[in-house]
Design a protein around this ligand. Structure first.
Ligand SMILES: Nc1nc(=O)c2c([nH]1)NC[C@@H]1CN(c3ccc(C(=O)N[C@@H](CCC(=O)O)C(=O)O)cc3)C=[N+]21
Length: 282
């Protein structure tokens, strides 16, 4: 039995072509979907990601503005910028690239973005709406994972999904989405006793810990579906995931690669959310 590699880049391309048509239809009614990205300081990884987001917008006709702010910007100044963007009717989506410098309160900043422009889906209003199953802007990585699983015909209903990682950005929301699709969900994290015992129970294993090659073949069940959310840049410039792909691949039924797996889906879902925000249907 051979393993299926779930390529996010291929699906991202296909979905982007569909989103491009949606943008054209909006242009016909004089709506020009626009995303503004705020980037603070000069973290090289952040810069790379922001450039990728810009390029993706450009490809499908979404206007993107990148505002580069100095590392030492005060919190109130940053909130002032967000306030301007909240008021600006020509801006549909606002994204503040994370991580933020130490002196800025991330929670405060994320709560300040208008929920209808919150294309990351990090505002408590959107988090709450997702939790109770209302229409919401949903975080890009989790929704991208669901689309990828669906496109590879992964059965979710009744399956045991084990998540490693409990971040507000990936772990918590992917658990909620899988639960909404009738999976049985287990959250595990850095304080979990006997983690490997837990991960070996997973029909679907979502790995979002941020540690290079953290999961090996001994940690998974034969025939499991493995989703690797990791994105660690090595010294040699290569990007690797949280899963030891080569060994795990042999034992898994389906697995996402890094790069070209979850990452490109994250970017495409940002485009999706920006279009949704432009339609103002949330
Ligand atoms: N407000 C905010 N929203 C985010 O969505 C956000 C953020 N801050 N901060 C950082 C993380 C990380 N993130 C990634 C997006 C795409 C890839 C991606 O496409 N990676 C490529 C590899 C990288 C490369 O090719 O250079 C891949 O997996 O194929 C990775 C990581 C979004 N983030």
């Amino acid at each position: 039995m051979s393993t299926t590699i779930m390529y996010g880049n291929t699906l991202a391309k296909k979905m982007s072509a569909e989103l491009k048509k949606e943008v054209e239809q909006l242009h016909d009614v004089d709506i020009y979907p626009t995303l503004t990205v705020l980037i603070i300081g000069d973290n090289p990884a952040s810069k790379t990601y922001v450039r990728m987001k810009q390029k993706a917008c450009e490809k499908i006709g979404i206007q993107s503005n990148v505002v580069e702010l100095q590392d030492d910007i005060s919190e109130s100044e940053l909130l002032g910028k967000i306030n301007q963007l909240n008021q600006d009717p020509t801006v549909h989506g606002i994204l503040v690239q994370l991580p933020l410098p130490q002196h800025i309160n991330e929670k405060k900043v994320l709560e300040y973005i208008h929920p209808q422009k919150d294309v990351d889906g990090f505002h408590p209003i959107n988090v709450g709406r997702l939790a109770i199953g209302h229409d919401a802007l949903i975080p890009c990585t989790p929704i991208g994972i669901i689309k990828l699983l669906e496109s590879y015909n992964v059965d979710i209903q009744g399956k045991h999904a084990v998540i490693i990682g409990r971040s507000n950005i990936v772990g918590k929301p992917i658990g909620q989405l899988l639960l909404n699709q009738n999976a049985t969900v287990t959250y595990t994290h850095s304080k979990t006793n006997n983690l490997s015992h837990m991960t070996r129970q997973a029909d679907i294993l979502i790995v979002a810990v941020g540690k290079a090659q953290f999961i090996s073949e001994d940690d998974i069940k034969e025939g499991a579906v493995i989703v690797d959310v990791g994105n660690t840049f090595l010294e040699n410039g290569k990007v690797v995931g949280d899963v030891d792909f080569e060994s795990v691949k042999e034992k898994a039924n389906k697995i996402t690669p890094v790069p070209k797996g979850v990452g490109p889906m994250t970017i495409t879902m940002l485009l999706h959310n920006t279009i949704k925000a432009a339609r103002n249907t949330v």
